[in-house]
Ligand binder design. Structure first.
Ligand SMILES: Cc1cc2nc3c(=O)[nH]c(=O)nc-3n(C[C@H](O)[C@H](O)[C@H](O)COP(=O)(O)OP(=O)(O)OC[C@H]3O[C@@H](n4cnc5c(N)ncnc54)[C@H](O)[C@@H]3O)c2cc1C
Length: 416
């Protein structure tokens, strides 16, 4: 195991030695032929699940099989927003658990995940929008989570550079002050390092191409290293969930599509919070490096099919510049996309599957980064006890048969 504690003292010690003898943050092990649990997919959720299996449940004979490199999927491509301001109780309870875990995550993992609770402000652009915003903010409060209604002037106090009289004038909004951003790479690397230190094998460049089954159970997964066996398997492959589920013998109600984001060149501090506008379809924040991060809806609209994916970028930028005219002076520096998997009620799917010893965590759509600590914690509990953790019981796959949907389409913000 390669665990070394990070601290001001270790930093000073290594500085004196010219930073030449830092150990790798995790090993590159040769896979064993069998494990207690195999987690397929080394994104944040897969890594966090492996970590909590080892830490909380003492199940350390665990492998995470990652097709490319850890965090190379959506967990390293997102816009880093964390919040718990959802509408329904089941969602608020789950996402609030996640935000609380984030609040202590740097300490838990001994890795600075750079949580910045700068507040997330949602804008209302009409009187009707404001009414819906009030209803949303009240629901959050009734579920025991902080949220504050803002007047027009209140919005301006949070963001002095905002244009209140844009094409769709701003009537007010609400803010969750504990929301904010977390450095995404640090979350992936922090969980990987901590899981590795507890004995978890992280195997990169190891795509799973299929399953071996007997009597309704998965016995092994096919990989370039041959068939790797385990007692239990967790499918954690956002964007590729439908493909692998089908290979395992069941179907998912998932649509996979691209979600894009971009950053400008870095500038001095100009945004104080994360600003989200469901009406003009954009959200923006400023990274710790000074770049303005801009995101919006997935490539869902039929007009994009005709106008192409670059039209999405045009729409995001037009909306961002309307809200903050000063952004018009900046150059775009990078632009990218990830493939997200969206369920019919825009809520995740977590828990057991029709295959006895195969568990699933998917359907995060555009909002699963904020859920990584709680996703890992609750999925590990579910796998260890073969029983859904109470916080994720409402998100079971069979809710689509029972009609027990958790429709978070609106509270998903701008993104679906
Ligand atoms: C542009 C963008 C912006 C976003 N912004 C936010 C945000 O601000 N806040 C938020 O909460 N969420 C956001 N999200 C969503 C969030 O990033 C995802 O919901 C979350 O990262 C999902 O984590 P995951 O571990 O389930 O999936 P991923 O991180 O995608 O991990 C899945 C892994 O599975 C691997 N894999 C796939 N197939 C196989 C296979 N056959 N064998 C082995 N491995 C395989 C992939 O390589 C990948 O590494 C955003 C997403 C995008 C794309």
């Amino acid at each position: 195991m390669t665990r070394q504690r990070y601290s001001i003292w270790s930093l000073a010690r290594h500085a004196l030695r010219g930073h030449r003898d830092w150990l790798p943050a995790w090993r590159t092990p040769t896979p064993k032929s069998s494990y207690d649990v195999i987690v397929i997919g080394g994104g944040g959720h897969g890594l966090a699940t492996a970590y909590f299996l080892a830490k909380t449940h003492g199940i350390r004979n665990v492998a995470v099989l990652e097709r490319d490199w850890i965090g190379g999927g959506n967990s390293g491509r997102n816009t880093q927003v964390v919040r718990s301001n959802y509408f329904y109780k089941a969602s608020v309870d789950f996402f609030e658990h996640s935000l609380k875990l984030y609040e202590n995550l740097s300490r838990e993992l001994n890795f600075n995940v750079m949580l910045s609770q700068r507040g997330i402000m949602t804008l209302a652009h009409s009187r009707h929008d404001l009414e819906m915003t009030r209803r949303w903010a009240n629901a959050i409060q009734m579920n025991g989570v902080d949220s504050e209604i803002l007047t027009r002037e209140g919005v301006k106090r949070v963001e002095p550079l905002i244009n209140l009289d844009a094409r769709f004038p701003i009537h007010g909004g609400f803010i969750q002050r504990r929301g904010g951003i977390v450095r995404h790479d640090a979350v992936n690397w922090g969980f990987a390092r901590a899981a590795d230190a507890l004995g978890v094998d992280i195997i990169q460049n190891c795509p799973v191409s299929g399953f071996e089954s007997r009597a309704g159970r998965v016995t092994g997964v096919a990989t370039a290293h041959g068939v790797l066996r385990a007692d239990r398997f967790v499918l954690n492959v956002a964007g590729h969930s439908s493909v692998l589920a089908q290979r395992a013998g069941f179907r998912l109600p998932i649509t996979s599509m691209a979600l894009q984001a971009m950053v400008t060149e870095p500038v001095k501090p100009m945004l104080n919070s994360v600003v989200m506008s469901p009406a003009v379809h954009v959200y923006t924040s400023q990274s710790d490096r000074g770049e303005i991060v801009i995101g919006g809806a997935a490539d869902v609209y039929s007009s994009y099919a005709q106008r192409g994916s670059l039209a999405v970028i045009e729409d995001f930028i037009a909306a961002a510049v309307e809200l903050f005219p000063a952004l018009a002076r900046l150059k775009l520096m990078r632009h990218w996309a990830g493939i997200v998997d969206i369920s019919p009620d825009t809520s995740p799917i977590m828990g057991k599957t029709p295959v006895e010893n195969l568990y699933i965590n998917c359907g995060w759509g555009t909002g699963g980064f904020k859920a990584i600590p709680a996703g890992g914690d609750t999925m590990a509990h579910t796998v260890a006890n073969d029983r859904p953790h109470p916080l994720i019981a409402p998100f079971a796959l069979d809710r689509f048969e029972r009609g027990a949907l958790i429709d978070e389409g609106a509270a998903a913000g701008v993104a679906h």
